[in-house]
Design a protein around this ligand. Structure first.
Ligand code: NAD
Length: 484
């Protein structure tokens, strides 16, 4: 396995301009297993210059037809699938995800490329009738250089869901992965290179917040895509405001509510499985994680019993062990944040039903947190209001649907939520009343390539996935022709 990684700028692998290399730590062992070059502001400038140069009319990228761009993205998807085993193994090591989740995300990455590749030759402009002596048409053009600032929780997914529409629409990209996770992104970039992407069209520079700041402040940038925390999202918006740079999408997290209103306790298997999944999937490090469970009072104690039973079946451990449902958290910093929320929950008087700290059987090393269920919670608690981003859920009894909807909407985030019910009227009326960008009825699906995904309130702006997502990577130019 490769243990030394470099920046990818202008089609060339190179060291950062000041020679800095940082260790990459396996979160299951806390040991470094590789090194990666770190980008500097100078490297950011080189990458933006390369991306700008690649756009020049008459250049290779500009001469590719939309059909060719679409076929190219499909060919990268095929290469990704051929390399699933290697990508997943690296992913497990760097991120800690269990193999089934790592390979699932590799497949998602391929699907994003295929989906948006399919759109490349379907983008159109239009003509506008102004009468016989004028002709008017509207061109749909790429924005130009787009900057993509990525988080660590779904690095492949989030890379492909924005880079794929950007390239399909003819833009060029500079990507800054999260400091915690850059190797899988660099590995993916090498597949774009292998498939024959012209130099400068895609550039990947690992680095920290300073690098992200430099990239978002540069006037050469014509579009910014950001996923991460609200606090950083505000800084990115401020940077974008200086140059009036369009922010294509901004996905800032969530505190999804799940409303349990099934007929009786015999129908609790689905929601109890959903609650266990909310802790197991990506160890809860998801913006769409169902972390608040509002349960009708007569179902409340049976629901807690079912969830506790499910949690006992979840195996926590390193991705290398067979049968692991959830791996370690991504970094020491994040582990400490999640543990501090667990202490807060206990101090706030929530009743601990399961978990509550580090699993006892896993020794001292690795950022492992046991799936943790808090009961008897209320909306005044910090564990209910704030994004924990770990394997922790809160359960709250409610008397009726109106109360559940009001409590679900009483949060600064508005990304996604769900309702569990077999009553079709309840399902659709609640879906329309939830103040979020995405509702699931009877399940925990959070996203799809073909559907718009994104939030309201502090969860952000713009949508990823679906046709609107690719339109956001284009701009309209009106051409007015006087015929007389
Ligand atoms: P963050 O917002 O600090 O980092 C996200 C990305 O932004 C990283 O690539 C980071 O290097 C970059 N960045 C940081 N400062 C920047 C700046 N001034 N300008 C441009 N880019 C900058 O998030 P984090 O520290 O990795 O995680 C903190 C919390 O954010 C998590 O605990 C979680 O609650 C939330 N989060 C949400 C998502 C999501 O999917 N919406 C993803 C990751 C983290």
């Amino acid at each position: 396995m490769n243990t030394s990684y470099q920046l990818f700028i202008d089609g060339v692998w190179r060291e950062g301009s000041d020679g800095t290399r940082v260790p990459v730590v396996n979160p299951a062992t806390e040991e470094a297993f590789a090194e990666v070059s770190w980008g500097t502001p100078h490297d950011a400038s080189l990458a933006l210059a390369a991306a700008e140069k690649a756009l020049v009319a008459g250049g290779e990228w500009a001469s590719w037809s939309p059909t060719r761009r679409g076929r190219f993205l499909s060919s990268v998807a095929a290469l990704i699938r051929q390399n699933t085993a290697e990508l997943s193994a690296l992913f497990c090591l760097e991120h800690g995800k269990p193999p089934h989740q790592a390979s699932g995300e590799v497949e998602d990455a391929a699907r994003y490329l295929e989906y948006f590749g399919g759109w490349a030759d379907k983008l159109t402009g239009m003509t506008i009738d102004l009468g016989p002596w004028q002709m008017n048409y509207v061109l749909r053009e790429p924005l130009g250089v787009t900057v993509h600032i990525a988080p660590w929780n779904y690095p492949l997914d989030i890379f492909c869901r924005s880079v794929a529409p950007a390239l399909a629409a003819g833009n060029t990209c500079v990507v800054k992965p999260a400091p915690e996770i850059s190797l899988v992104t660099l590995a993916l970039a090498s597949l774009f290179q292998e498939a024959g992407l012209p130099a400068g069209v895609l550039n990947v520079i690992p680095g920290g917040p300073e690098l992200g700041k430099v990239l978002t402040e540069d006037p050469r940038v014509r579009g910014i895509v950001f996923t991460g925390s609200v606090e950083t999202g505000r800084k990115v918006l401020e940077a974008a405001a200086r140059n009036i740079t369009p922010v294509i999408s901004m996905e800032l997290g969530g505190k999804a509510a799940s409303l349990v209103f099934v007929g009786d306790a015999d129908e609790l298997d689905g929601p109890a499985g959903g609650a266990a999944g909310a802790m197991a999937w990506n160890a809860g490090q998801s913006c769409g994680q169902r972390s608040r469970w509002y349960v009708r009072r007569d179902l409340y104690e049976p629901f807690l019993e079912r969830v506790a039973e499910r949690v006992r079946g979840l195996k926590v451990g390193p991705a290398t062990q067979p049968g692991v449902s959830l791996g370690p958290l991504v970094s020491k910093r994040h582990y400490e944040k999640v543990m501090s929320y667990i202490h807060t929950g206990i101090e706030e008087g929530a009743r601990l039903i399961a978990g509550g700290g580090r699993p006892e059987n896993l020794g001292e090393h690795g950022y492992f947190v046991a799936p943790t269920v808090f009961a008897d919670c209320h909306n005044g608690m910090r564990i209910v209001r704030e994004e924990i981003f770990g394997p922790v859920i809160s359960v709250i009894p409610v008397d009726n649907l109106d109360e559940a909807v009001a409590l679900a909407n009483d949060n600064m985030f508005g990304l996604s939520s769900e309702i569990w019910t077999s009553d079709v009227t309840t399902a659709h009326s609640v879906a329309s009343r939830l103040d979020v960008g995405h509702v699931t009825i009877n399940g925990s699906a959070a996203f799809g390539f073909e559907v718009p995904f994104g939030g309201v309130k502090l969860s952000g702006l713009g949508r990823e996935g679906g046709p609107e997502a690719i339109l956001a990577y284009t701009r309209l130019k009106n051409v007015w022709v006087n015929l007389k």
